[in-house]
Ligand binder design. Structure first.
Ligand SMILES: Nc1nc2c(c(=O)[nH]1)N[C@H]1C(S)=C(S)[C@@H](COP(=O)(O)O)O[C@H]1N2
Ligand SMILES: [Mo]
Length: 303
């Protein structure tokens, strides 16, 4: 299904400048000898060290994608078997134009850009990742969200013949995650299609994955085949496994520990085990942009 759609907003209308670093800006700035912190603004300047993206090797060889096994290296070893073309995404539930959308048609109608985001896993490691993607809000506008929709549910491909990990009942497959609609519409929430200006590798969730930089990594559902607008809070895979350990919101919060380990600090992957442990920031450093979404909520209870 081809659906033509034009974005009438520019990035400047929708995205706080401090919220992301355009990769080209970064390169241009570096070339001109400008300080990176000056370009970064508050969201990223808080961890200046974090501005340097992790290498392609690090990002593509230290992955969580349990459909291919539970070790960090399993996805790089086994995800190559996943067929990602053609790829269609079923968009349904409370939308005006439900249907099976071909990914090529979706991408043709989106504004693709590069954004360097800090990434924080609930296992207390982190990376800095240069994604290519488009805003989820633009996709939601394309299909038309109906009144009454309050959440967005996401579902990963479930294809046992190409995904050896799904033969084990680690999770209730397919992998599923959800966001509240205002979180989904936030300009920092993107659907990634690439990494370092290259197509997304399978192990990182090709051809389409969610990226929500102020939440723990497990909210970033990979290889998405279905997006459903719902009235009620959707099923979330890790929340279902252990609700005490994994809440629906999963906002990065150094003051709320995982029951089995602290969330106060993180190890930046790639710089040596001890030298680069750093303090974790509330909302992963994106608090200026997103704290308002949670006003009035007790984040120790709704974690
Ligand atoms: N389908 C699917 N999506 C997933 C996961 C998974 O096991 N299956 N793991 C999550 C977790 S725990 C993390 S930390 C991130 C890791 O993304 P990366 O491997 O690209 O770093 O993917 C998330 N998305
Ligand atoms: Mo994770």
């Amino acid at each position: 299904m081809a659906y033509r759609w034009t974005n009438t907003l520019t990035r400047a209308d929708t995205t706080p400048q401090s919220a992301f670093l355009n990769r080209r800006q970064l390169m241009a700035g570096a070339a001109a000898g400008a300080g990176l912190a000056a370009l970064g603004g508050p969201a990223l300047a808080a961890t200046d060290e974090g501005l340097k993206p992790n290498s392609w090797e690090e990002i593509t060889n230290y992955c969580n994608f349990y459909e291919f096994g539970t070790s960090k290296t399993d996805p790089a070893a086994h995800a190559g078997a996943m067929t990602t073309a053609p790829w269609s995404v079923m968009i349904d539930g409370l939308v005006d134009r439900p249907g099976a959308y071909d990914l090529g048609d979706i991408v043709d109608n989106m504004t693709l850009e590069e954004r360097i985001y800090r990434f924080r896993c609930v296992e207390a490691w982190s990376m800095v990742i240069p994604w290519t993607g488009f805003e989820l809000a633009d996709l939601l506008d394309m299909v038309g969200v109906q009144e009454g929709a309050r959440y967005v549910a996401f579902e990963t491909l479930n294809r046992p013949e190409e995904m050896p990990g799904t033969n084990y009942p680690v999770l209730d497959w397919p992998y599923r995650e959800g966001l509240r609609l205002d979180e989904a519409r936030h300009p920092l929430t993107i659907m990634a299609t690439g990494l370092y200006d290259r197509p997304l590798p399978n192990q990182n969730g090709a051809p389409l994955r969610l990226v929500v930089p102020w939440k723990y990594g497990f909210k970033s559902v990979k290889s998405i085949v279905r997006i459903t607008l719902t009235k009620d809070e959707p099923f979330a895979s890790w929340n279902q496994v252990n609700a005490r350990e994994y809440g629906f919101y999963s906002n990065v919060n150094p003051t709320v520990d995982h029951p089995r380990w602290s969330q106060a600090t993180e190890r930046l992957v790639g710089g040596g085990l001890f030298s680069r442990r750093q303090l974790t920031q509330m909302f992963n450093g994106y608090g200026d942009e997103v704290a308002a979404l949670y006003e009035g909520m007790d984040l120790a209870k709704q974690f």
